[in-house]
Design a protein around this ligand. Structure first.
Ligand code: 6CS
Length: 343
């Protein structure tokens, strides 16, 4: 364990979270990659409420918002090591640990119809009876996956075609595939932890970043950007994980409790994130009338989509065992679009 992780593990042991655990209750610790009031926080709060209600308070959940324990990578390591029971682990930060999961870093892979993405991420056997094995191999149990909203670029220059990205330092999450994906679009990707993005934009270390609207609002990224650009390239996907040793050692009724609640929360969190993203767009508009909000046309999006295709080859080269996963996901998106519509 490195020094930073050791400090985080000690913080968990000392109970830095503000909520007190009731006497006699079993505590499950749940770490977020996002701050209080975020989509991940809404999920964890509702998860906690249901667990506590259904166990009559025998189990209590302590939530650690982003900033208390470390970077996303640190949280994943703490969960795999059994220091935390539950954590959010977004694919954009998981690439070094689970290379296959970087398929979600590819642009124009998921659907423009969020209902399709919700069904695919929440229920597909490709994930829960396939990709989940890759999580187990590194000591993580995949509990759920869900979308958090369309990822939008906030930039200091207008981007309408791949050539506009020339020399543009785009902050990305830290998975290597994201670097390849933004290089394919013509940018100069700059991986950076979430907590450093605001100052990176303010100090001009980066020219832009990409995130769903709710995060752009709560992290203030729009305050230090000139443009907010919708290119339809990517849905933000996240996973909830548990330490495998912990989860697999739970009594069957507690495993069923978690599995049941995660299935119930798929609709809840989907509706919440849609509402939060819509409401916060209005907050951004009201707070920053000078910010230029740009919807790329379908022709402009097509140029980025075409440029993005080489990243698929890069994925297969980087993760040869992910080739079948990529093909299965593309086929699943097509099947679900036939059922729900393509947009
Ligand atoms: O950009 C990031 O690093 C982060 N974005 C969101 C919306 N959630 C967690 C992640 O770490």
């Amino acid at each position: 364990m490195n020094g930073r992780l050791l400090i985080a593990a000690s913080a968990v042991a000392l109970g830095v979270a503000v909520t007190a655990v009731p006497a006699g209750a079993e505590e499950w610790r749940f770490a977020l990659e996002e701050i209080e009031g975020s989509v991940q926080d809404m999920y964890a709060q509702e998860f906690a409420r249901l667990v506590e209600e259904r166990t009559n308070g025998d189990i209590t959940i302590t939530i650690y918002p982003y900033g208390q324990l470390g970077t996303s990578g640190d949280l994943t390591e703490l969960a795999a090591g059994g220091v935390l029971e539950l954590a959010f682990a977004s694919p954009g930060h998981l690439g070094t640990l689970i290379p296959e999961v970087q398929v979600f870093s590819l642009h124009y892979l998921l659907s423009e119809n969020p209902e399709v993405n919700k069904a695919l991420l929440g229920e597909s056997e490709i994930l829960y009876e396939g990709l989940s094995d890759d999580f187990e191999e590194v000591g993580l149990h995949l509990i759920t996956m869900f979308p958090e909203g369309e990822m939008v670029w906030t930039t200091n220059r207008l981007i309408q075609e791949p050539a506009d990205f020339d020399g543009f330092r785009m902050r990305t999450m830290v998975s290597p595939m994201l670097v390849a994906a933004y290089e394919a679009l013509g940018a100069s990707p700059t991986p950076m932890p979430y907590g450093e993005v605001y100052s990176g934009l303010q100090l001009g270390q980066i020219d832009g970043q990409v995130n769903p609207i709710f995060a752009i609002e709560e992290m203030g990224f729009y305050e230090v950007s000139d443009y907010m650009i919708f290119a339809g390239q990517q849905e933000f996907t996240t996973t909830v994980v548990a330490g495998s040793d912990w989860f697999n050692g739970l009594p069957q009724d507690q495993q069923d409790l978690i599995t049941g609640i995660q299935a119930e929360l798929l609709d809840y969190i989907y509706d919440q994130q849609q509402q939060m993203n819509a409401e916060r767009l209005e907050v951004i508009r009201a707070n920053s009338p000078d910010l230029e909000i740009v919807e790329l046309t379908s022709e402009q999006r097509a140029a980025f989509e075409q440029a993005s295709q080489v990243a698929r080859d890069a994925y297969v080269e980087m993760v040869p065992e992910g080739q079948d996963l990529l093909a299965s996901l593309l086929a699943e998106v097509e099947r679900l679009e036939a059922e729900h519509g393509a947009n």
